[in-house]
Design a protein around this ligand. Structure first.
Ligand code: F6P
Length: 415
């Protein structure tokens, strides 16, 4: 691989998206790539000709190690929907012109299902225009774990590990203060339409912890009346009730529960409404109905950038998929995404595979109904067994003065 490559990061941050970037970078170097460029803020930045030469920032193996342990997107991310080539041919002409200017032969995009649409469209355009000397490869990433055809996505294991640990801590905290008085805690977990992360709260059910009392995923309509009956029943038996809900739970009529409260109207480029306020709404509702103290806990962005709690399996796999994408591109693959195939559970082993990105872009893999209990108020043992191997091990952050050190661009000491 004597040619130049470019890599970008897109969509929501994770604890390990930079580990995939490190995998692309290290493998490209190993294979003898020429220049290794990074897009600033994904395709949106590339369209504005914003990019860096990554070798100016990642100079040695220590930098690679710190990058692997740095959360969020080192290069900056974007939520940018590429218009179709029919609607905006000039967008594609511009992208190809920038790639030609930099003499790029391989283009890599690390992202989720919306970002894979970018790879799909670019590879289709290249094919239509007979551009055979630039390849386009997708590298999977999303805490939501909702990408099709891959056993799981890099980013999910670390978020699940943080969520499992935080759930134990929330339960512990609440138990300390519920002597002779009741309290209900509602935890709100990210994941939009897929309940993988909310279900990960069940990891807290261990020999030293009962785990949450109820878990509600977005895959099944939420019945607020039945919910209230269940909570009242639990309050008769215990003083601290902890409930996990997905940010994306909806009523049978399709309305998000967060819309019943005072959630904002922000909608991103993909038409996704910002979901927040579900736990606050339910906590207020239960306070009024049950007459006891309630508390809403939104894990919010903490769950996707908690690299101090990242899973070793996740960091290693994120690195592995980045490297596999480079090798595949070097062998001539284009318009594809690397996937993770689970080889065995015990011992846990996984390897990479590869699929046409058309089968992945814009698809959403949700939690199967048979991994929830009968009334969809908890997840099953199969669900927990699926996640368990993905949260194992850790990488200690590189600590400086008591805090994790991160690798960042343009560090300016403005005080
Ligand atoms: O991309 C994944 C995700 O973390 C979702 O779980 C969540 O709904 C969304 O991002 C939030 O995105 P933003 O930070 O852009 O509001």
């Amino acid at each position: 691989m004597a040619h130049n490559i470019i890599v970008g990061q897109s969509g929501g941050p994770t604890s390990v998206i930079n580990s995939s970037l490190a995998g692309v970078f290290a493998t490209a170097k190993e294979l003898g790539a020429g220049k290794i460029y990074g897009m600033r803020n994904g395709i949106e930045g590339l369209l504005e000709e914003r990019y860096i030469d990554m070798t100016e920032y990642i100079k040695n193996s220590m930098d690679v190690e710190i990058l692997k342990r740095t959360p969020s997107s080192f290069l900056g991310s974007c939520r940018f929907k590429l218009p179709t080539a029919e609607k905006s041919p000039e967008t594609y002409e511009k992208i190809i012109a920038v790639l030609r200017k930099l003499d790029i032969q391989h283009f890599f995009y690390i992202g989720g299902n919306d970002s894979m649409d970018t790879i799909k469209q670019l590879s289709e355009y290249a094919k239509a225009k007979n551009i055979t000397d630039i390849t386009f490869m997708g590298v999977p990433k999303t805490i939501d774990n909702d990408l099709a055809l891959t056993d799981h996505t890099p980013g999910f294991g670390s978020a699940a590990k943080y969520i499992g640990a935080s759930t134990k801590e929330v339960i512990r905290d609440a138990q300390g203060l519920t002597y002779k008085k009741s309290m209900i805690t509602i935890m709100e977990i990210m994941g939009r339409n897929a309940g993988w992360l909310t279900g990960a709260t069940a990891l807290a059910r261990t020999e030293d912890c009962d785990g949450p009392d109820l878990i509600y995923l977005p895959e099944v309509p939420f019945d607020i009346d039945k919910f209230l009956v269940k909570v009242k029943d639990l309050l008769k038996k215990k003083s601290s009730v902890v409930i996990a809900v997905s940010e994306g739970i909806r009523l049978a009529d399709g309305r998000y529960v967060c819309e019943l409260g005072s959630s904002g109207d922000y909608v991103d480029a993909f038409g996704h409404k910002q979901l927040a306020g579900t736990a606050t709404y339910l906590a207020n509702f239960l306070a009024a109905e049950c007459g006891c103290k309630t508390r809403a806990v939104e894990l919010s962005t903490l769950q996707r950038s908690a690299s101090h709690m990242a899973s070793r399996v996740d960091i290693d796999e994120a690195f592995m998929v980045g490297g596999a994408a480079v090798k595949a591109a070097d062998e001539g693959d284009t318009g594809k995404m690397i996937v993770i195939d689970r080889v065995s559970d015990d011992p846990y082993m996984a390897k990479t595979g590869i699929y046409d990105v058309h089968r992945i872009a814009n698809e959403e893999k949700v939690v199967p109904r048979n991994w929830m209990n009968k009334d969809a108020s908890y997840v099953t043992k199969d669900f927990v067994d699926y996640i368990s191997p993905l949260i194992q091990g850790d990488y200690q952050p590189i600590m400086v003065n008591g805090l994790p050190r991160h690798l960042v661009l343009n560090l300016k000491k403005k005080r």
